[in-house]
Ligand binder design. Structure first.
Ligand SMILES: Nc1nc2c(ncn2[C@@H]2O[C@H](COP(=O)(O)OP(=O)(O)OP(=O)(O)O)[C@@H](O)[C@H]2O)c(=O)[nH]1
Ligand SMILES: [Zn+2]
Length: 211
């Protein structure tokens, strides 16, 4: 018997990014999600009938420790700021390391330091280049009553997977490009290999310090 997903708890959590005042949010937890993971939705502002939504994949190093090897931290801050202005949701998805987990991601980082790119490093570990499945995200949106949305992302796979689950992505809204000398190789790989809609060309970007 399959369980029908439902809301478990709604609780107020003011969010503070940087020095500014706290942004009001409500965290929503769920029961019965397909993958059994503890994904959390943050409701920001007053979502209208077509809310702005970000599916944010967990990145401990970027989101919490502000690692410069990726762009996750600034993307999360941007998402909270933009979505709280217009009303919508950040779904914080427990998909650390594109779904391979934290230790595997750090193993992959070590391989990248000896020359592999982000996708080849996963492959060298015998792991998928991107293991993320957005079924649970679609379930969360359905439970929240969201059938149509604008999606804040540069990743075409998120749009395609949501569509396959019957969620109507009205518009793909690009996230910012937060390039620095530590993440420029990574961003370039995302644009060139998985079609992320990052602004090209790269000539204006900082030079990579990574090999
Ligand atoms: N395996 C692996 N995961 C990484 C690496 N760098 C970042 N990640 C993870 O990648 C996820 C974020 O994915 P990204 O490809 O940066 O961005 P995206 O979510 O696909 O696309 P956007 O919606 O445009 O941000 C997070 O779970 C990070 O932990 C890496 O080098 N290797
Ligand atoms: Zn990251």
């Amino acid at each position: 018997m399959t369980t029908v997903p439902e809301v478990r708890t709604r609780v107020r959590i003011p969010l503070r990014f940087g020095e500014g005042p706290a942004v009001g949010s409500e965290a929503v937890t769920f029961a019965g999600l397909s993958d059994g993971l503890e994904h959390v939705a943050f409701v920001l502002g007053k979502p209208g009938p077509v809310p702005l939504v970000r599916l944010h994949s967990e990145c401990l190093t970027g989101d919490v420790f502000h690692s410069a090897r990726c762009d996750c931290g600034p993307q999360l801050a941007e998402a909270v700021a933009r979505i709280s202005e217009v009303g919508g949701y950040v779904l914080y998805l427990r998909q650390e390391g594109r779904g391979i987990g934290l230790y595997n991601k750090l193993d992959a980082y070590a391989l990248q330091d000896s020359g592999l790119d982000t996708y080849a490093a996963n492959a060298a570990l015998g792991l998928p280049e991107d293991a993320r499945d957005y079924t649970a995200a679609a379930q969360m949106l359905t439970v929240l009553g969201v059938q149509q949305l604008d999606l804040l992302t540069n990743n075409p796979d998120k749009v395609a997977q949501l569509a396959r689950h019957g969620i109507d992505v009205r518009e793909q809204v690009r996230t910012g490009v937060f390039a620095n000398e530590n993440n420029v190789r990574y961003l370039r790989a995302k644009a060139e290999q998985t079609g992320h809609t990052l602004a090209l060309p790269f000539e204006d970007w900082p030079a990579s310090s990574a090999v």
